[in-house]
Design a protein around this ligand. Structure first.
Ligand code: NAD
Length: 465
């Protein structure tokens, strides 16, 4: 069928789409759990029926191998939607606070109500997962929802725009495609919740715009996620997981390991293990391999080439690039210090700097001197080492002995802290994000026998009671 061309939504249409979703929400049809489940099922089928087309769109946007697309994005999103489908009826039930003598007669109740119409703004790097996962939460909560996929992954954005109205209620759920003018227009409108996934730079623009309309916002951002390697760890096992998580999707993963902290005496064996692993992964080199993705754009490849060219460290693996072909070789750089070009920003590409440290205390101090990362990784089989790192640092997630897979772990929130984001989602946390907990009481007349003294006139007798 071939990949689709991306058409931007007209600015006039954007207001109409918002109004249509609002009117459909006010019709009350999303109050029915059966309706929500039917929409969730349709969402899962949208992905399943069109898996091949999504594989093609991701290959066009990101040069993605099919295995990466299935494992990291299409399959994991279907699993997430199905799990939300299975639990929505339970989550939507009202809850009751602990029994209290003072309040029980008024039946205090937490009503789980949809917030209204949500806006979900997505990034380019996981253009399905980052919009469909939260959308499933919005549908489960009973919200209407407008998606704004990234224009930098145009084939996937166009496919979402074609399929969503075919599979889902076309009034409640819609896709707006475009770049800055279209997103700016969306942000001029009031939303009952905005979920923004992307860079910290653009998050500042989103939050400022949302402040004008008092739209609540969740931000899912990035940052430099560090890796601690215990000198006693099994380096062969460490580097297999680490190289995979770093170089999958050509390093364009928000939780990708950004840099590694290795004790001085372990640097040489660690580098040797990294090289051996990469030689196993890409025996004829990454450029010839069909297991290696591409950068999203020549501009992105050029940014990474600039960072590599600017390093004062030693390139011990890789280092080549072909900007026009959006290719940057998996690159390992040793002897990097905190002032290096590679430590100046989130790398978001296939370059891994290694910082040599005296000991774990120095590594902890270094991490704590920077913004809280989205994830923090420790490779060690020693509980004392792991606990020391986790107990003395802050990050969105704390993961031992693997990288990036925690985004799919059922029951855990996925999100950052401070500069790496605010608020987490997936599963029940997605449902909660789009749900208003409406506190409710129903006070019977007889309760005034107990608290009738609150009414004026405030006689001395009442005041003394
Ligand atoms: P980005 O911030 O450039 O773009 C994200 C979205 O914002 C796009 O839809 C884009 O159209 C829109 N946008 C861009 N400029 C805008 C502007 N001036 N005004 C209004 N809207 C604008 O991010 P990206 O490059 O697509 O994604 C990469 C970033 O996202 C990385 O920092 C990565 O770590 C982060 N990320 C985070 C998560 C997470 O779940 N925490 C997941 C994926 C990516």
């Amino acid at each position: 069928m071939g990949v689709l061309e991306l058409k931007f939504t007209s600015l006039e249409e954007i207001t109409v789409i918002r109004e249509k979703s609002r009117a459909a929400f006010l019709s009350g049809r999303t109050k029915s759990i059966a309706f929500r489940k039917q929409q969730l099922l349709a969402l899962a089928y949208l992905l399943k029926d069109n898996a091949t087309r999504f594989q093609e769109s991701l290959a066009s946007d990101l040069g993605r191998p099919v295995l990466e697309s299935n494992f990291l994005e299409i399959g994991s999103t279907i699993t997430e939607v199905k799990s939300i489908y299975d639990s929505v009826a339970k989550w939507a039930k009202p809850e009751y606070p602990a029994w209290s003598f003072n309040w029980f007669a008024m039946k205090p109740t937490l009503r789980k109500e949809p917030k209204g119409v949500a806006l979900i703004i997505g990034p380019f790097n996981y253009p399905i997962w980052c919009v469909i996962n939260p959308m499933a939460g919005a549908i489960a909560a009973g919200c209407g929802c407008v998606l704004k996929p990234s224009e930098q992954s145009p084939a996937t954005a166009a496919l979402l725009a074609e399929l969503i109205p075919k599979y889902l209620d076309p009034e409640l759920y819609a896709v707006v495609n475009g770049a800055i003018p279209e997103t700016t227009k969306l942000l001029d409108l009031q939303w009952d919740h905005i979920l923004y996934t992307g860079s910290g730079r653009v998050a500042r623009i989103i939050l400022s715009a949302a402040a004008k309309t008092l739209s609540p916002v969740t931000t899912e951002l990035g940052g430099k996620s560090p890796v601690f390697v215990d000198p006693k760890a099994d380096l062969k096992a460490v580097t297999k997981r680490l190289m995979w998580g770093k170089f999958v999707n050509a390093g364009q993963t928000c939780t990708a390991p950004d840099y590694v902290l290795v004790e001085k005496d372990s640097v040489k064996p660690f580098v040797k293990a990294c090289k051996e692993t990469l030689e196993e992964f890409y025996p004829d080199g990454a450029e010839a391999s069909n297991s290696y993705s591409r950068l999203i754009s020549p501009a992105s490849a050029s940014r990474l080439k600039g960072l590599i060219d600017g390093t004062k460290g030693t390139i011990v693996y890789g280092g080549t690039s072909d900007v026009e072909k959006r290719f940057v070789e998996p690159t390992i750089v040793e002897g990097v210090d905190v002032s290096d070009s590679l430590m100046s920003e989130e790398l978001f590409g296939p370059v891994l700097p290694i910082i040599a440290v005296e000991n774990v205390d120095e590594a902890i101090k270094l991490v704590n001197s920077r913004d809280h990362p989205l994830a923090l990784y420790v490779f060690s089989s020693d509980s004392a080492y792991k606990n020391k790192v986790f107990d003395n640092t802050q990050s969105g997630a704390a993961v031992a002995n693997d990288v990036i897979i925690h985004g799919g772990a059922e029951g855990l929130p996925f999100g950052g802290i401070g500069p790496s984001g605010s608020g987490g989602y997936t599963g029940k946390f997605s449902f909660d994000m789009f749900t208003h907990l409406r506190g409710s009481l129903d006070n019977p007349k007889w309760v005034d026998l107990l608290i009738g003294g609150r009414f004026p006139p405030y006689t001395p007798k009442k005041a003394a009671a």
